[in-house]
Design a protein around this ligand. Structure first.
Ligand SMILES: *Cc1c(COP(=O)(O)O)cnc(C)c1O
Length: 441
């Protein structure tokens, strides 16, 4: 009788020489270089070792149906079948972001002279009040699969909130690195969620460089920087904004979409989501144009678009739209590609126009946006004025964050109608004064 090559398994455990099972990344198959197409295994890699190009998640997307998505949870996890996450990601502790409201904005459309339907995708409704909860949720799931126990990031503010809160909910350590001049509404909230918060004297670009340098250090061996070494996974989370818009419109694409640009990732991924849905046959393959919005005080992508360049020249940011203040945007060239390929445009607006944009959206639709939302509304107006955006086409604009985090931006521009004693005569006098002021304004 011959001896069996492998001893019979009596422990229930796999034999010692069995390789560990590959982490479950759902339909994701590998990482692929956006520049040269080189393939890598799914891991904490983010730059191509051949050409230094950024890596992107590649998938085998088969068997995805509307019914499968519609039967999923009331959160972004309904699109798990299109993301690099395990199918049970939603059952692991996380903030369960997404499925935010798509608001029909008839008053705003009228104020801007638009005849086509206008919608606001209002991502201020996420758990930490910005769209960043989506990207963090995917990165957090990837970090778990890769054994990275500390959640870290370089942030312009909203990501700081999202990482600190997601880590708190999952009982993980977090290290959040921000420029020291951020708004109180972002610093105080992040510090309240707990974890380590490092305020760096410098710009976001300095913070980002610091985090890239930290990645080689033994200190950070088990840190997942959501937007640096986990960036390929993080970025995919933004696709869910595009999926939701299409599903909420009744499984079809809008004709125009206006997105803010910081690193350029969100805009690029909304475009990717629309193309995926069309290629999978989940929506009719109808044309759409992608438009980008920046603050003039940090407008490297808008400038490149205006000057017809492919190269995005870094700028030193100086704008009240701090969440968008990335002077050297990693995905700038790809955002340019999306906009040019789809027949859209990119424009930028001054700080004064940003405040007007915030006020216009608040006064017409009751949505109080942060500065990034003001950038989008003001840019929509600028694109209409220049004729780049068609007022007769159905348009979706993205509000990516909540105005309560950037109160200082509007605080000097608005005030109570009057401050009075609790006295009926004073109310009467105040109303008379106010109506007089309105007629003489
Ligand atoms: C981060 C951020 C953006 C833009 O994100 P990118 O993907 O880096 O372009 C837009 N709006 C808000 C409020 C943000 O915090």
């Amino acid at each position: 009788m011959s001896t069996p090559a492998v001893a019979p398994d009596t422990t229930g455990l796999p034999p010692l020489d069995t390789p560990p099972p590959a982490p479950d990344f759902g339909p994701a198959t590998h990482l692929s270089c956006r520049e040269c197409g080189a393939r890598y295994d799914l891991g904490a890699a983010y730059a191509c070792i051949e050409c230094f190009g950024p890596l992107e998640v590649a998938y085998d997307l088969s068997g995805v149906t509307r019914e499968l998505i519609e039967s999923g949870p009331q959160s972004m996890w309904r699109y798990s079948c299109l993301l690099p996450v395990a199918s049970y990601a939603g059952s692991e502790p996380n903030l369960e972001p997404g499925l935010t409201r798509l608001v029909r904005a008839d008053n705003l459309a009228r104020a801007l002279g638009m005849t086509g339907t206008l919608w606001v995708k209002d991502d201020s409704g996420n758990p930490t009040h910005s769209f960043k909860d989506r990207v963090v949720a995917v990165a957090q799931s990837a970090a778990r699969r890769l054994g990275l126990s500390t959640l870290a990031c370089a942030s312009t503010g909203n990501l700081a909130n999202a990482v600190a809160a997601a880590a708190a909910r999952a009982g993980q350590d977090s290290v959040v690195v921000i420029p020291s001049d951020l708004e109180d509404g972002k610093v105080v909230t992040t510090a309240t969620y707990g974890g380590t918060l490092l305020a760096v004297r410098g710009t976001y670009d300095d913070v980002n460089r610091l985090c890239s340098e930290l990645i080689g250090e033994p200190l950070t061996a088990d840190w997942g920087f959501v937007n640096v070494n986990l960036r390929p996974y993080y970025a995919e989370g933004s696709k869910t904004v595009g999926y939701e818009i299409a599903e909420q419109l009744g499984w079809r694409l809008p004709e125009q979409v206006v997105a803010p640009i910081a690193s350029g990732s969100l805009l690029t991924k909304v475009d990717k989501a629309f193309r995926e849905l069309a290629s999978l046959g989940l929506v009719p393959d109808s044309p759409y144009a992608v438009f980008g919005a920046q603050a003039t005080g940090c407008s490297p992508v808008s400038e490149a678009f205006r000057e017809g360049r492919d190269v995005v020249r870094p700028q030193r940011p100086a704008t009240i739209a701090k969440s968008l203040a990335i002077g050297n945007p990693a995905d700038g060239p790809y955002a340019l590609d999306s906009v040019r390929r789809s027949g859209g445009a990119i424009a930028d607006v001054s700080d004064e126009e940003i405040v007007e944009g915030i006020r216009l959206l608040a006064e017409t639709e009751g949505i109080f946006a942060e500065t990034a939302g003001g950038v989008v509304v003001a840019t929509l107006r600028a694109l209409l004025a220049s004729g780049a955006l068609d007022p007769a086409r159905e348009t979706v604009i993205l509000n990516t964050g909540d105005g309560l985090k950037t109160l200082d931006a509007v605080a000097g521009h608005v005030a109570p109608t009057a401050t009075i004693s609790p006295d009926v005569d004073e109310v009467t006098a105040a109303l008379v004064d106010a109506s007089h002021e309105r007629t003489t304004r």
